[in-house]
Structures are given as C-alpha cells and as structure tokens.
Design a protein around this ligand. Structure first.
Ligand code: RI2
Length: 336
C-alpha cells in the first residue's frame, strides 16, 4: 500500500528512528513527492529517482549482496511512484543494470559505491546534455515570425522554444492552461520572465487559435515503438486540431522516453489521478451520483505527429524504431 497523509508522516518519522544513519527516507520522500506531483515532468521525475538512488546507495552500510538487494528493492519501489512516464523505470534500470554488470567483479564496497556514483552522475549529465541538444536541434525548425502553441509544462518543449528565443527569433507562444493541474501557468510564467511573448489560453480555446499557429511543440511521457506519443491529457485533441489546421506537430523528448516494453507488445498504462484534482471534496459529496474520471495522459497516434526531436536528431514517428534499436539493442529488449 502506498504511503499517504498522516500515515506517511508517521512512516517517515519511524524510518528516521529506525535508520538514523541510513538514508531509506530519501527513497520514501522521493516516492511520495513524485506520486503527489510535488516533483513532476517526465524528465524531472527520472532525475529525482536517480538522485535518490545515489544518496540511498552511498549511505548504505552493508555488504555487497545486501547492497545489490537493497538497491534493487529501492529501485523497484521508486518505479511504482507513477505508472505512465517511462523515463522513470528507464532511468532506474539504467543505474541498476549497469551497477550490477560492472559491480559483479568488485569486492570493495567503496569501489562499488564509486560505480553507483558514476552511473547516477552519468545519467544526470546525459539528461542535461540531451535537453541542450534537443533545444538546439528543435529550434532549427522554428522560424522568426512563428507562432507556437505548447501544452502542459515540458522541459524539452521549453528547451526548443527558449533556444529559438535566445537565437533572437521573433516568436509568439500560446500556452494552454492544462486542466486540471494548470501546469500551463508554470510554463507561461517562466517564458514571460525570460522575455518571450506569451499568451495563456484555456484548453478549450486551442482550436480557436490553431489557425494562427505554425507549430505545436509538446513533450512526451512515453513514446511507443510505433511512434505513438503519450503525453498530458489533451495532447491528442491538439494533434487533431493541428492536423486539420495544417500546423506542424512537433514532439520534443529525450531518448529515454522511448518505452522498451512496447517492443514486446505491452501497452503503456495511462495513469488515473484522484478526482479531487478535478472537483472539490465538498462538491463531490454534494453530487454523489456524478462520476469523475481524471486520466492524466492520452495517446497521439503516429499519423498526427510530424517529427520527434531527440538528442540524437529528428525522427519521423515511424522512424523511431531505428533510434529504439540504437539506444537499447534488440537483445536487451527481448531479455526484459
Ligand atoms: P518533460 C509531464 O507530465 C507532461 O505530460 C509533460 O508534457 C511531460 O511530463 C514531459 O515533460 P506530468 O508530470 O520531461 O506533469 O519534457 O504529469 O519535462
């Protein structure tokens, strides 16, 4: 059962008591921060999980076998914090698989911890570089005078928009509010602070403005082997509107947003969030007959995606398989 509310606080308190010099609490706290979306955004949650694994592992005072066991448990636990963003299990697997492979022949714990540190820091660095690269590649598809529409609060999409802005391209950006969590307020506020001409609109106004839009630029929580893109709820409606209005639909995503399990036939689960994100508890209790559904993501089929910008370059959605093989290797995927 997932920790929540006062029970969670009690759990943290006892964790501190039981493990005063241990760092198990960093795993619990990170899990809860991700689950409650205090840390959010597919890239950010991946990095938070890796930082937590690093801190946890470096603080462990156990032998080698126990170390591997505890790291694995912590990783598996973190992976369950949110189900859709594949960046989370991909990041955890990257650290754990490499730790086990390289750590097998290591006998000293201090050296094993150096291995852990190397792969955690390596992932964080790779993630940071990917963001820069996506910005520089994606911004080549933005011309001066372009109008852009973005949805939710994606670091990768922002990287493209901000790189174009830094290149002194004259751009205008529409940000959707992004109900129910209203991440569009974060995006619009940041872009405005950095000097971008930005207009916040309600989600349902997207079609109204779409004829003015040259490019829709969005992020991704997961990309399937067929090039379908899973992103914040409402994305697929934007893709439909963009296609009808002949606006370009650009997805900006690091390669670790590709879901290896889709290669072996699995579907990407869509997270259902609490109804309290949509209506207040009071309203719900006054209207018990109203069911409230709150899926956090939707799926945009590849036919509606013009290009996927990654740190390895630009891919048509149907070409994502090429990158897929490059990043994971077929045998690795089939062994999962
Ligand atoms: P970056 C977010 O999910 C949004 O769906 C956003 O488009 C996506 O992650 C990618 O964000 P949520 O955590 O990784 O807000 O590009 O549910 O930052």
């Amino acid at each position: 059962m997932l920790p929540s509310g006062p029970i969670f606080l009690l759990k943290i308190f006892f964790t501190y008591l039981l493990y005063p010099s241990n760092t198990l609490q960093v795993i619990e706290v990170t899990f809860e921060d991700i689950r409650r979306m205090r840390i959010r955004g597919a890239g950010r949650i991946a990095r938070a999980a890796v930082r937590a694994l690093e801190e946890y592992g470096l603080g462990l005072d156990v032998g080698k076998e126990e170390f591997f066991k505890k790291m694995k448990e912590a990783g598996e636990y973190l992976k369950n914090a949110r189900p859709t963003a594949v960046s989370l299990p991909n990041a955890v697997n990257y650290v754990l698989v490499n730790l086990e492979r390289e750590g097998q022949n290591v006998s000293q714990m201090s050296v094993l911890k150096e291995v852990l540190k190397k792969y955690c820091e390596g992932f964080l660095k790779r993630s940071e570089l990917a963001m820069e690269k996506i910005g520089s590649i994606g911004s080549k598809r933005i011309q001066s005078g372009d109008v852009i529409l973005t949805h939710c609060n994606s670091e990768a999409a922002m990287s493209v928009i901000l790189a174009a802005h830094m290149q002194k391209k004259d751009i205008k950006v529409f940000c959707t509010e992004t109900r129910p969590r209203r991440q569009g307020l974060l995006t619009s506020s940041r872009l405005a602070k950095l000097g971008v001409d930005v207009t916040l609109i309600v989600d349902s106004a997207a079609r109204y403005f779409m004829n003015k839009v040259d490019s829709v630029v969005i992020g991704a929580d997961a990309i399937s082997v067929n090039g379908a893109v899973v992103n914040k709820i409402g994305t697929s409606m934007l893709a439909l509107a963009a296609k009808e209005a002949r606006s370009r639909f650009m997805v900006a995503a690091e390669s670790y947003k590709i879901s290896p399990k889709t290669f072996v036939g699995e579907l990407i689960p869509i997270e259902e969030r609490p109804k309290e994100e949509v209506v207040s508890k009071e309203w719900a209790s006054r209207n018990p007959a109203v069911k409230v559904a709150n899926p956090a993501f939707d799926i945009t089929p590849p036919e509606y995606v013009d290009l996927i910008v990654t740190e390895y370059g630009v891919f048509p959605p149907q070409g994502i398989l090429v990158l897929f093989k490059e990043v994971y290797g077929l045998s690795e995927i089939l062994n999962q």
